[in-house]
Write a protein of this length. Structure first.
Lengths: 214, 251
């Protein structure tokens, strides 16, 4: 984080940086935004939410079948049980479950809708034109690009977030993890696995995790 | 609007760019732009559908050249002018001031306590607890209408004219099409509709794939009604979608 602060202060004022500064000044002057509230919003999305929250939800669903059922039936109520608040882009959360027969993939072709309260803000690739354009028409090709080769018999369901529903994937629990604790299980769950562009591995694939660490 | 933002099924954008150890924001101004937009949503100066519409109105070549938060910025500036919050001249003058290092605004402004928890700030849009009759139920076969409005819509081109099946009724939500243009509140059911990928992409497409879209009732017509009408008169029967309407007071 401090790396970025440092870089920001030294980077020359680019067009957008100037414009945004101007917008903020104007809105503060007009009493429409409070800079302290902006600081708090930034802090929340930069430091308080992220995929670790979703990973907790997944681990709980893996070890507690009744919680899993509640999560699939009403995700907002189920995550509230874990003390995870809902919020913007999560008021209508839906968790879709991968099974040996069905693999789910989440996209928003029209913009970049994403379940903020459980995964934080989306990575750049999720917002990229390449992903938005191809996830619906070539999901197997997209998955291959992410290093995921599904059995041809596995059905793929792509959820295009065109309305107020926000989706998160409940990935398959990998074999051999029966003795792991809930915390250890959560540590295996990657952000991409909860979008559907990865599967959870055990032992974890360290190269893939390094590539998506946030 | 048949805009560049409606990208589902397009080719030519190349490999998906992935970044190792990606930060949440890539520049200080992205942080501020994100937060300003959320705080402004909370003030209800404009709604999220208007914001999406303003992003879609960015000319296609500029849309493609801009980064994600640059598109937010362009849309935001357009809306400030549209809503008479700030004129183009005011924004220009504030930019010149910012360039001159006159940190008149954000940096020197008095810091006050944020009253609202940040997790609660944003474009909250709850499901409407209002009784509106539902035209469809799970299992119904539907066709996404071939709508080509110049206005905002959340019915992607790739689904128009395609046959699908209602999987769930999500309840009553605000129709974005009218909400994005002046804030009209048209309430109607929104459904999870499953389309077989071969229906969307042709018979050559591999089997065993489907796409699920969340679609508002006015985007859909009954496949059965359409077939019946076509065989009876050769013309499509138009049925009025069930919509409950009330107008928002101007902010």
């Amino acid at each position: 984080m401090s790396d970025h602060d440092h870089r920001d202060h030294n980077e020359p004022e680019s067009g957008p940086a100037l414009r945004v500064k101007a917008i903020e000044s104007l809105l503060v002057e007009k009493g429409l935004v409070d800079p302290a509230a902006l600081d708090a919003i930034v802090d929340h999305y930069e430091n308080k939410v992220g995929p670790r929250i979703g990973a907790r939800v997944v681990a709980r669903a893996w070890i507690d079948p009744r919680f899993r059922r509640r999560l699939l039936a009403d995700a907002v109520a189920a995550i509230a049980e874990l003390g995870i608040p809902s919020g913007p882009e999560g008021e209508h959360l839906m968790v879709v479950e991968n099974t040996p027969e069905v693999h789910n993939l989440i996209v928003c072709t029209l913009c970049s809708c994403y379940p903020w309260p459980v995964l934080g803000l989306p990575p750049t690739w999720y917002k990229s034109f390449a992903y938005r354009s191809r996830a619906v028409s070539d999901p197997r090709g997209v998955l291959r690009e992410f290093g995921v080769e599904l059995d041809p018999g596995v059905e793929i369901r792509v959820w295009d977030s065109s309305a107020e529903l926000r989706y998160m994937v409940l990935p398959l629990r990998p074999a051999g993890t029966e003795k792991l604790s809930e915390g250890e299980l959560a540590g295996l769950v990657t952000r991409d696995a909860m979008i559907g562009t990865a599967v959870v591995k055990y032992p974890p694939d360290t190269a893939a995790r390094a590539a998506e660490r946030d | 609007m048949n805009g560049i933002h409606d990208m589902g099924g397009m080719h030519g954008f190349g490999p998906i760019p992935r970044e190792a150890n990606e930060p949440v924001f890539h520049a200080g101004w992205e942080r501020r732009m994100f937060a300003i937009a959320l705080a402004t949503f909370a003030r209800r100066i404009f709604n999220v559908d208007e914001f999406r519409r303003a992003i879609e109105q960015i000319p296609p070549a500029d849309y493609l050249r801009s980064s994600y938060y640059e598109r937010w910025m362009r849309a935001f500036i357009a809306l400030l002018q549209e809503k008479n919050i700030a004129s183009a001249e005011e924004i220009e003058s504030a930019s010149r001031q910012a360039l001159g290092g006159g940190a008149a605004g954000p940096l020197s402004a008095p810091r006050t306590t944020a009253a609202t928890p940040p997790a609660a700030i944003g474009a909250a849009r709850p499901r409407a607890h209002r009784r509106v009759p539902a035209r469809f139920k799970p299992g119904d076969r539907v066709i996404a209408r071939n709508l080509n409005s110049e206005h905002h819509t959340r019915l992607p081109r790739y689904a128009r004219g395609r046959r699908g099946v209602i999987r769930r009724d999500w309840g009553v939500f605000i129709l974005p099409d009218s909400h994005a243009h002046g804030g009209a509140i048209d309430l109607c059911h929104c459904y999870s509709v499953e389309f077989d990928s071969r229906e969307l992409w042709g018979d050559e497409h591999p089997a065993g794939e489907s796409v699920l879209l969340d679609l508002w009732e006015p985007y859909l017509e009954s496949a059965a009604a359409k077939r019946g009408a076509a065989s009876a008169s050769g013309k499509r029967r138009t049925t009025k979608p069930a919509v409950g309407r009330r107008r928002l007071a101007k902010p």
